[in-house]
Design a protein around this ligand. Sequence first.
Ligand SMILES: Nc1nc2c(ncn2[C@@H]2O[C@H](COP(=O)(O)OP(=O)(O)OP(=O)(O)O)[C@@H](O)[C@H]2O)c(=O)[nH]1
Length: 310
Amino acid sequence: MIEEKATILVVDDEAMNIQIINNALSKDYHILAAISGEEALRVARRTKPDLILLDIVLPDISGHEVCRALKNDIETKHIPIIFVTSQNRTEDELKGLELGAVDYFRKPFVVPLLQVRVRNQIDLVVKTRALEKMAWVDGLTGISNRRHFDKKYEDACKYAQRNKRSICLLLIDIDYFKQYNDHYGHAKGDLVLREVAHELEAGAARPLDLVARYGGEEFVILLTDSSETEGALVAEKVREQIEMLAIPHEKSLIHQVVTVSIGVTTSPADGVKFDHDMLLNTADECLYEAKASGRNTIVSTDFRPTVTKE
Ligand SMILES: Nc1nc2c(ncn2[C@@H]2O[C@H](COP(=O)(O)OP(=O)(O)OP(=O)(O)O)[C@@H](O)[C@H]2O)c(=O)[nH]1
């Protein structure tokens, strides 16, 4: 379920039509209104509504153009659009559907029909989101899984290159976890993975930070728009927080509690193209060094990955 009321953007240049739709739907949904095509684009980009009811004839650009623009924008292409119009020409209906609208209905409104068709679309939005979430989430820890990380990582690298920003990668590995499992059992090991994941999320809590389970007992944190100093600060904070959880680990060779080692690296901030896999390799090398230098520590480098030619 969408926890709060779903938001529907109603685009119509006639106040009376907006009023009718508002009366029919506002009990169950949060209604936003726009009276022109340009306003619709602005509101849709800013608020990302769950559904758009879009008139075709508008005073500036047509509803078809609004639909095309929204479907061409990565931020809004997923928003379902229902055309609502007094035009009843089949070619208009066809054009709307071909542009990516999910449904089409005609004025004057039959209110119960409007309500049912809107509810069906919102139900679909809710189910799709639940499925997407399942596909992205690691079942054991509830944080993002590797697939989600891979996607977000690619997007973040492109963003960094385009905008001359740097991103930070932190690879985190639990120390002597095999010994932990062997001594305390796999179920207790699972609990540790959950606690560590929780602590990582608390330590990298900015809206654009991403914490994911990278492999068995390995995690990754992606910090968008962050310098090497910031990356090292976050790494040191989470390392310390995990140590302070004081989860007993009798078989650890360094400490009698669960600890982590962390490799940190940062991408170039000058917009130069870099090899995304190599950045990950660099973080992995740092992690290896952190393990080799005694564990329960971080190793950070400003190593610049090899520039790729394109
Ligand atoms: N409980 C539990 N254990 C897991 C899971 N996935 C991987 N592991 C365990 O994680 C352990 C990883 O062990 P190693 O790669 O040898 O690393 P380590 O013992 O932590 O040693 P260092 O990294 O060198 O400190 C293995 O025992 C895996 O079985 C999981 O989902 N649950």
